[in-house]
Design a protein around this ligand. Sequence first.
Ligand code: HEC
Length: 150
Amino acid sequence: MKFTLAVAALAAAVLTPTLAQAQFAKADDAVEYRQSALFLMGNHFGRIGAVVKGDAPFNKDDVAKNAELVATLSKLPWPAFDGGQTNGKSKAKPEVFSDKAKFQQAAEKMETAVAKLNTVAKGGDLASIKTAFGEAAQTCKSCHDNFRAK
Ligand code: HEC
C-alpha cells in the first residue's frame, strides 16, 4: 500500500508539469495564457521594429536580447489553443479550431522566421536584421489575416 502511494505520488510529480503545459483547467486560463504570451512576444518584437523603422537607436546587444526573447516566446502560445478553449475576450476566429493544420503551419512558419531573426540578430548587421524582421512580420500578418478577428 505504502509502495503504491509512493509510486502514485511520484507519477503525479513527474506528470504534473507536462499536463500543466498541455492543458488548462478553464477556458479563461487558456485564453489569458495565450494572450499574455502573444502580448509579450509582440512587445519584444515591437522593440526590434522600432529600431528597424529608425524610431529607436540601434544597439545590437538589445536587438539580440529581444530577438532571443521573441524566439523563446514564439513557442508558448500554441498549446493554449490546442484544447479548443475560448471565451468572449478571445480574438481567435473559429477557423483556429476548425482548420488546425493550417493554423499550426502558420505557427511553424512564424517560429522558423523568428528563429532566423534570432540568428541574424546575433550577427549584429542592421541591414540583415531589417530583412529578417520584415520576413518575420509577414508571417505574423498572414496568420492574423486568416485567424485573428479585427
Ligand atoms: C499561427 C497564427 C499566429 C501567428 C503566426 C501570430 N499570431 Fe499573433 N495572434 C494570433 C491569434 C489567433 C491571436 C488572438 C488570440 C486570442 O485572443 O485568443 C493573436 C493575438 C496577438 C496579439 C494580442 C495579444 C493580446 O494582448 O491579447 C499580439 C500582440 C500578437 N498576436 C502579436 C503577434 C506577433 C508580433 C506575431 C509575429 C512575430 C504574431 N502575433 C504571430 C495568431 C497568430
